[in-house]
Design a protein around this ligand. Structure first.
Ligand code: BAL
Length: 384
């Protein structure tokens, strides 16, 4: 698939080329019920950061009060060259992060989420172990978690920090891990990426193995949250499992490029929200990261020094199928979205997907499908 580079975002094309009822008809068919825009102009923040804010309301109930939560999704390109020294890169990213978290606090954000492996270049295309493995650090006691704990406590904010984890307890193995810090600055736990890609230049299996933390849901003061890391978004059962464990918001911190996945990007997390009756938050990195040494993709194409363009386009999707516009395809951005978690149960009641999901039927099929003597259920015309 060829990479599309020359436009800021899909919504701009709709805005420029459709008017009046045509625009609203197409927008509604593409994005569902309209979301409300929140005016943050009164909030002073770094003007070279695209900040957009929306509200996804749901009908008020008689017995339950609204459970409004503000989510902040931060997408960014690395601020210094990918080949910079590790500590220099981390410090530059920490500075960006602090600005984004401060802006989030001014915007009333309760839960903040970074993109995948936010504190390093996404260097897994190179298959080089050094220096990239040196970015790995302890999930609970490493410098990145320590840095964020302070901010989470000061700003009463839950922070989801996807990083490269070094598990010193188990032979210094490396994992692709999301660390969850609660709004008191306490380390709440972690989740390791369940599904590791072997596609294109995503040579992540060179560095880490499939995760072993299952499908944890973290109970926070702002709702039950889970993290489906990047490639896991292509696996519907991965989304289902977080839903079965009671998630109300599932974050999908990602790093993915236009040539590989852009037409799928707006479908997968949004479909998961609809099918599982929860909110999903798709966050993707932006920019192009160039490395020192050439590498090939094993597809006969010429060797190259970059992954291609990470296309940002972060968005929030609701269980009723509505979604926010995406952030820019090329700029750093912060997407603030206020959601009412009551919508999760309202939509489950309305559609009944959880009542009709026939888990027993699929449990039986899956139990048979994993066995070496599995026989697919194929009906053929008998020869007799
Ligand atoms: N990080 C893997 C790329 C993708 O899932 O699109």
């Amino acid at each position: 698939m060829s990479e599309i580079k020359e436009f800021e975002r899909l919504e701009d094309i709709l805005d420029k080329n459709l008017t009046g009822s045509n625009y609203e008809t197409v927008r509604q068919l593409l994005y569902g019920r309209a979301v409300e825009q929140i005016d943050l102009k009164t909030i002073p923040f770094n003007r070279n950061l695209q900040v957009e804010a929306y509200r996804i309301p749901c009908p008020e109930e008689q017995l339950r009060k609204p459970r409004n939560v503000r989510i902040g999704l931060f997408q960014n390109q690395i601020p210094v060259p990918a080949t910079s020294k590790i500590q220099y890169m981390k410090n530059a990213l920490y500075k960006l992060a602090e600005e984004a978290i401060e802006t989030s606090q001014k915007s009333g954000v309760n839960i903040f989420c970074f993109q995948e492996a936010w504190n390093m270049p996404f260097a897994f295309c190179t298959r080089e172990k050094y220096p990239w493995s040196e970015y790995a650090e302890s999930a609970q006691y490493g410098p990145t978690t320590k840095f964020l704990q302070e901010l989470a406590k000061n700003y009463n904010m839950v922070i989801i920090s996807p990083i490269l984890e070094r598990d010193e307890t188990h032979s210094d193995t490396i994992w692709n891990t999301a660390v969850i810090i609660d709004n008191h600055g306490d380390y709440l736990g972690k989740h390791r990426k369940n599904h590791i890609p072997r596609v294109g230049d995503f040579n992540e299996s060179t560095y880490y193995f499939e995760g072993n933390t299952g499908h944890p849901v973290f109970e926070t003061e702002f709702g039950k949250i889970a993290v489906n890391i990047c490639y896991g978004r292509h696996h519907p059962l991965n989304w289902l499992a977080f839903g079965l464990n009671g998630a109300e918001i599932v974050f999908n911190p990602s790093a993915t490029t236009g040539g590989l996945s852009e037409p799928l990007w707006g479908i997968e997390a949004r479909n998961a929200a609809i099918a599982n009756g929860y909110f999903t938050c798709a966050i993707n990195r932006v920019g192009t990261e160039t490395f020192e040494h050439e590498f090939t993709s094993g597809n006969g194409k010429p060797a190259h020094k970059d992954f291609g363009h990470f296309y940002g386009s972060s968005y929030v999707a609701a269980p009723d199928g509505s979604r926010t516009p995406g952030l820019s395809r090329t700029k750093n951005g912060l997407l603030v979205t206020e959601v009412d978690l009551n919508m999760c149960r309202q939509v489950k009641d309305h559609w009944g997907f959880q009542m009709t999901q026939r888990l027993d039927l699929y449990a039986d099929l899956l139990a048979r499908a994993v066995k070496s003597d599995f026989q697919p259920q194929i009906i053929k015309k008998s020869n007799c």
